[in-house]
Design a protein around this ligand. Sequence first.
Ligand code: KIV
Length: 280
Amino acid sequence: MPALVEMKRQGKLISSLTAYDYATARLVDETGIDMVLVGDSLAMVVLGHENTLAVTMDEMLHHTRAVSRAVRRALVVADMPFGSYHGTVEEGVANAIRFVKEAGAEAVKIEGSRVELIRALIEAEIPVVAHLGLTPQSVHRMGGFRVQGRSMDAALQLKAEAHAVAEAGAGALVLEGVPREVAASITAELPIPTIGIGAGPDCDGQILVFHDLVGLSFTPVAKFVRRYADAGALIRSAVEHYREDVERRTFPKDEESYHLPEAAHRALDATRKSGELKKA
Ligand code: KIV
């Protein structure tokens, strides 16, 4: 976390991406991405839910463990799921400790301006990434996934919340679905890095959902997503070829098979010819 703050100080932009399993986390880490978020977006892109609300602590811990095993370089941040920090501060801290102790997370991310909880987490030695603007766990309160901070009042409220979470001790702030101008203003004023998603290019870093970036999401993507690859088409074509090869008996070939030694092969053939069955 201090390295990210130092990057802001030096004017270096922070690259961040979500990952949810060992294979993708390894690839993401090996490319030199700075921060890997085990986002609760996995509820949608991995588990097929309509929103992020249903994903559980156990599911988030399971995926965070897989990502932690893969990552050598990046900061691993675990997203605290809906309900895991919405009760008492003590419950929030206890759940955050599980991410660090049982799953290898180096920081947790929480949505909303929860300054009391942020202070308690810092007190418990757990670095915090705050998340403001379009906070998907508030989908019902917001009436859908809507851009936030669009009026002067809403923008000022967002700025006040950004200052509050930074003062409470958050080490970085994800700004999601906010006008570029609001994100730029917050970024200029805050001592901690802002990581934008749908918040324009003036943030200190950017984050995207892995499945959106590589073309593995099945719903129409938001305006801010840039798709860098069509992994969906690649995988579909590979699987289709495999199915055709199996159906035509062109997979596996002889060189993709194991073989008996010559003598054992001949003996086996002889038993088949004579109808002999060797007793087990
Ligand atoms: O869950 C998630 O993937 C996130 C990012 C989009 C910031 O919260």
